[in-house]
Design a protein around this ligand. Sequence first.
Ligand code: SF4
Length: 704
Amino acid sequence: MSEWVPTTCMRCAVGCGHKQLGVEEGYGVDVVRGDGQHPVNQGLACQRGIQESGDPDGEWLSQPLVRKGGELVETSWPNALERVAERFDAALSRDRDAVAVLGSGQQTNEAAYALGKLARGGFGTRYYDANTTLCMASAVTAYYEAFGSDAPPCTYDDIPEAESHVVWGANPAVAHPVMFRWIRESAGEDDSRLLVVDPVATDTATAADEHVQLDPGEDLSLARAVLAEIVDRGAVDREFVDEATTGFDDLVADLPDPAAAATDAGVTRGTVADLAAALEDRTLIYWGMGINQSVRGTDAARALIDLCLASGNLRSGSGPFSLTGQANSMGARVVSCKGSWPGQRPFDDPSHRTEIADEWGVPVGRLPDDVGPGPVGTIDAIDDGPVEAVYAVATNPVAGMPDATAVAERLDDTFLVVQDSFRTETTELADVVLPAATWGESEGTVVNMERTVSRVRPASDTPPTVQQDIDIIAAVADEVVPGLLPEPPVDPSAMFDEFAALTAGTKADCSGIAYERLDHELGVRWPAPESDAEGGYRYHESTDDGERWRFATPDDTANFSAPPEPDPLPEPTDEAYPLTLTTAREADGYNTGVRSRSVDDPDPVTARIDPVTVANELPDSTESDDDPAVRLETRRGTITARVDPDPAVPEGLVWIPIHHPATNALTVPATDPRSDEPNFKQCAVRLRPVPETDADAPVRAPLD
Ligand code: SF4
């Protein structure tokens, strides 16, 4: 192939349109650039999106592999699939929950839909989830509870209209560069502003008009302080609250004193007043993993939505806007990976279950009774539940899940099938490895964070020993549950149509979207119930008679949260482990780093630590060390890290990147009880000098 092919960037959920040119000979993408025609980005693109789309690092998988005599050896596709079928059949004959399936926000909608259909309609397992639960589940739960439907009400069109941009627990300057450019442009207008709430002086915080540097983990306290301040200064949009919401008075009755709550959050009352004042203008509140990845994630996300509701920021140019990380995290949610059937159909509603089973041609009794415990609970079920085989698709749980050493040990005890494009820490433990096509090689669609569906297309063929994600899923289905999915090669367009038809009349209606329409319009936002309809700002409309709100709840109103009884942080600091460990994104990393580093020779972890903290904890270290190393120890493991003395990180905090395979050896596996999302952002850690004998030790080692 050697013509420019339009596609969508798969690196992050901004969803920029790209154009890509395949190499003249062989396989791969030669050149990538932003697509000037695409409605999302109009030609803009970021360097990492371009680079990782065209020339990723990492080690490509190009041949099916099976474990033989303890080693992974090359095999044929029929042999690999036969091995998978034999073991899955045997496990399922004992217990339908014996096979767990872990999907990903890296898959296309079509492949994710096919995987969900296989897991829930074919296997009938309750142990199915995508790794969106590792990043977005708290926001998803908050949206359902507040509005009755997942996804932000606002869109990118609202960014230029907003006057206050509040970025809370997110770093879009690094994670979503094109979107951050729009935010900065809008915040740079007269009478507009950017406020950033983050314990760390991130790139985004450095660009802000005001950086609110709260204590780590105190987001909920700060949000409650701001709500109390809004009430105190009489800035509640009472007309909106009375007409369109439920639960405000109960919440207000339980609010803390703003000054006391400010102290709890580690900020001044004046800072709280600044945030409350900003919300009096049209405000978008963006949030990310700093909110979601906590045992208090759902409470904190709901507290941010409460701020929008109380201040009437639920109309054009305002609202709550969760920032999605993986390119198709939103798509995985809509096609069904978390708490609902396709189109956000309620999981436990008998009529929806019957309709899904009929459409899929399976007995309704085969569908699992509940949505399962999320990825952490799924891995636990290898130890204390029925799971004996795991099918992991486009995900790297050995590096990406908390308490990763324990995850690796458990996965090592299962029959593990890994389908991926690159060698990862998880493929190293696999019993069968199925090499899949990746960006630039696949056909399908994705949904970006503002609900826009757009096409991804191949600019290159794949080697004959590599297959399309969706075809591998169909091949596994063909072996284990014949007739459930079409035989490969699968037509992605037909798979999209099947999914879209199931969403007709639902809250996430995509039935007006088809490939032909996407070819013409390039991007279409859901809900799109007709072929000429497209979603815009949800829940609000202006009519000749004034404004009207209609939320997706039974009584059409938005719900304020109940006064929270926040779960205690799972692992506060103490004498033995006196520092707080947090994890976050760095500019050059991609998820667990599979496309941006070598598996065999990863750089050591770089820990950003304030120089005062280093001096206090390691008094014998010398400033003359050019490249000081340190041992980071938590109750789960020890890693060796290079120290970057960085005053941007508050005293007492240790910052390490999420992308390194060693990072999650340290993190705690506690989860939010409502969303199942792990508490990646906080656990207790201590520093120790690296013993002489350990200088060449591996970067990751189990705790003695
Ligand atoms: S902002 Fe995100 S979607 Fe856009 S080019 Fe960069 S990585 Fe890709």
